[in-house]
Design a protein around this ligand. Structure first.
Ligand code: PXP
Length: 238
């Protein structure tokens, strides 16, 4: 079964725009699961621009909601995450000035730091993942880091498809990386910039087991509602 994780950060962004309580990301977490999402993704950013500590704690405490927490290598964020115990974590690079996560982790440069962080989460029995670029070298490094999963950054593919540029090479890169990861026993996920069209393209890669999608699902829900959009994705992934 291919799983769908729904990123609800944008619900918190909308709430924060008014500095009030609505729309509530905790209700959103419950709602997306009710609509068919297999898990909920939240990113506790260092600048807390959307999800905050209270949201993260409450969402991680929800029964029957599998939570995938995206986090940077920042020490206090890591300790916080170990305290609130999400079901899954995905380590992502973070740059204060970026609008969203712009690329995969630099695994070579951060090898020792990542190794320590991954082993802490593994000890806590939390599923570990790294957000990486589609590169064979990075898959091999991920294997030595001992992670359970990798999430391949699909932003480049999505940008190319959306601007009608040739995308076959990028798709092939994702395919080769997914195949290698799978053969090494690492579960493969995909995320960033995905919509119906790019998800359909990626479905040709049988090694991808989970899709984490945020911006498009929340944006499209303005027109069609979360329930309809999540159902559409679930139908695609069947
Ligand atoms: N996966 C990861 C690791 C991300 O950082 C993001 C963006 O927060 C997503 C998936 C979702 O990307 P999008 O909002 O473009 O669907």
């Amino acid at each position: 079964m291919i799983r769908l994780g729904v990123n609800i950060d944008h619900v918190a962004t909308l709430r924060n725009a008014r500095g009030e309580k609505h729309p509530d990301p905790i209700s959103a977490a419950l709602h997306v699961v009710k609509c068919g999402a297999d898990s909920v993704t939240i990113h506790l950013r260092e600048d807390r621009r959307h999800i905050n500590d209270k949201d993260a704690k409450k969402i991680c405490n929800l029964k029957n909601v599998l939570v995938n927490l995206e986090l940077s290598m920042n020490e206090s964020i890591v300790s916080n995450a170990l305290r609130i115990k999400p079901n899954y974590i995905c380590i992502v690079p973070e740059n204060r000035k970026e609008i969203t996560t712009e690329g995969g982790l630099n695994l070579k440069k951060n090898f020792n730091k990542l190794k320590k962080i991954v082993s802490k989460f593994k000890k806590a029995k939390i599923r570990t993942s790294l957000f990486i670029n589609p590169s064979l070298k990075d898959i091999k490094i991920s294997k030595s880091l001992g992670v359970d999963c990798v999430e391949i950054h699909t932003g480049n593919l999505s940008n190319k498809v959306k601007s009608n540029q040739k995308h076959n090479k990028e798709l092939q890169r994702i395919k080769n990386s997914s195949k290698l990861a799978n053969s090494l026993g690492i579960e493969v996920h995909a995320g960033h910039g995905l919509d119906y069209k790019t998800t359909k393209l990626l479905l040709r890669i049988k090694e991808i087991h989970e899709y984490n999608i945020g911006h498009f699902i929340i944006g499209e829900s303005v027109f069609h509602g979360l329930s309809k959009v999540i159902k559409n994705f679930k139908k695609l992934l069947k």
